[in-house]
Design a protein around this ligand. Structure first.
Ligand code: GLU
Length: 479
């Protein structure tokens, strides 16, 4: 997808560092601390053999720990043929900044395995995942109190369940074993709302953006999310949920979807669920009845729209295409989709970018809730739900008693009554916690963005907030 990426761009990790340096230049950190925060603490490379189809295949995997100012460190494990040390380190750094920004009490880490998961059968993937998990767990790179992986590109609930099981086989008496990894299926200690979390977070982020006129003005926009034209790149877990929620709940129109084999455009709006089912059945978007097929998918990043959501790979908006991007607002649902060079071009054009470390933090936020659930060994809401319902029933009974005296005009609508009476279940609590987290983190960036004249973009604001939090932790540790 990023075949158009020019050669004169820095690497992903250098790109993250460049953005970090831009922000840190505006801060007043003690000498040396800025370097301590920026550098990656350690990267472990493992080459292990797995017997597949009668022969031994050697695979290469990484787990990088960027910052241990808080432990455990946290971050996904990616399965992709393009995985390399530079990428894993860049992603680990972004995890540090992301967790600090949304106040998830973790340091930053990331893992990757250099394979194309589509090349393997399910039982082969299980063998590979268990072996990789074994290699990491025996070095405490998977551990409930030291390093807690999660899903990323190419991995999901299934892989997390294998990892959790592998850890638990190796640590049979660890009562907190389930907290060694997040993003697990519900039956293996997962939490409601984790699968949708990153896409949901993108929706909550956009809602918060559209709550403030000043922010909209910065992008030259008016109105609400309703009716806004959206282009989504990548209809994987993140892009799919973001597109689905924005179209079904906020009235936005998905006018373009970019996938591996090309793109679909339709200014009347694309049926997101229909297209997702089509991709599952056909392996790509070509031939689907939901709009016009465009073989050069990347060109659709330049399609006329209000909001562009890159939700796949890093580096897709780069020096080669940044000047032609028309969207006034980009929300980085993926990690690192805009290179440092492209970021500068877009800023100069007046495009507003809601940065990755904030925009896709919904995933790790709900991972945090899952980890807390695992450590507390109880589902959220189990103690309070019925008690809350009983108290609401008291109010409803009392209102009904009063309305008997006051007449029909004072009766409650049945909809109100049923909604009010129902106590919150785990999914509602997770969404509420996520919404609150996304709002508060956005507000902290917004404050810096509008209050400081030397801060002209949200990414710099995000870095300032998050580096400051990391610096405070170091100071508290006496470093
Ligand atoms: N892989 C996701 C990310 O990049 C989730 C990480 C997590 O939940 O720990 O943020």
């Amino acid at each position: 997808m990023n075949q158009n990426k020019p050669f004169n761009e820095p690497s992903f990790r250098q790109s993250v560092d460049l953005m970090f340096n831009r922000a840190v230049a505006l801060m007043d950190l003690p000498p040396g601390l800025e370097e301590k925060i920026r550098v990656c603490n350690a990267t472990y490379t493992v080459r292990f053999g797995v017997r597949l189809r009668g022969q031994i295949v050697t695979l290469t995997g990484y787990r990088s720990v960027h910052s241990e100012h808080m432990e455990p460190v946290k971050g996904g494990i990616r399965y992709a043929p393009s995985v390399n040390q530079d990428e894993v380190e860049a992603l680990a750094a972004l995890m540090t900044y992301k967790c600090a920004l949304v106040e998830a009490p973790f340091g930053g880490s990331k893992g990757g395995l250099c394979i194309d998961p589509r090349d393997y059968e399910e039982h082969e993937l299980e063998l590979i995942t268990r072996r990789f998990a074994y290699e990491l767990a025996k070095r405490d790179l998977i551990h409930p109190s030291q390093n807690v992986p999660a899903p990323d590109m190419g991995t999901g609930e299934r892989e997390m369940a294998w990892i959790a099981d592998q850890y638990n086989r190796m640590n049979t008496t660890d009562i907190n074993g389930r907290a060694c990894v997040t993003g697990k299926p519900l039956n293996a200690g997962g939490i409601h709302g984790r699968v949708e979390a990153t896409g949901r977070g993108v929706q909550y982020a956009l809602r918060e953006f559209f709550r403030d006129k000043r922010d909209m003005e910065m992008a030259g926009m008016t109105g609400k999310l309703d009716g806004k034209k959206v282009v989504v790149q990548g209809l994987g877990n993140v892009g799919y949920h973001a597109a689905k929620f924005l179209s079904e709940e906020d009235g936005s129109k998905i006018v373009g979807v970019i996938e591996r084999d090309g793109a679909i455009v339709n200014d009347a709006g694309i049926d997101v669920d229909g297209l997702r089912d089509w991709i599952a059945g056909h392996g790509g978007v070509e031939g689907s009845p939901f709009g016009t097929f465009v073989p050069d998918g990347a060109s659709v990043l330049e399609h006329e729209c209000d909001i562009l959501i890159p939700a796949a790979l890093e580096g897709v908006i780069n020096l080669a295409n940044a000047a032609r991007i028309k969207a006034p607002l980009i929300i980085e649902a993926a990690n690192g989709p805009v290179t440092a060079g492209a970021d500068q071009i877009l800023r100069e054009k007046g495009c507003v970018i809601i940065p990755d470390m904030y925009a896709n933090a919904g995933g790790v936020t709900v991972s945090y809730f899952e980890w807390v659930k695992n450590l507390s060994h109880i589902r959220f809401g189990r103690m309070q739900r019925r008690q809350e319902e009983a108290r609401h029933q008291l109010v409803v009974d009392e209102l009904e008693r009063l309305s008997d005296h006051l007449g029909d005009a004072w009766t409650m609508t049945p909809d109100f009554k049923s909604k009010y009476l129902r106590g919150a279940d785990e999914l509602e609590l997770v969404r509420s916690g996520l919404d609150d987290t996304m709002r508060i983190a956005y507000q902290s960036m917004r404050e810096v963005w509008h209050a400081r004249e030397d801060v002209t973009d949200l990414r710099t604001a995000a870095y300032l907030v998050s580096i400051d939090k990391v610096a405070q932790s170091y100071r508290a540790k006496g470093i």
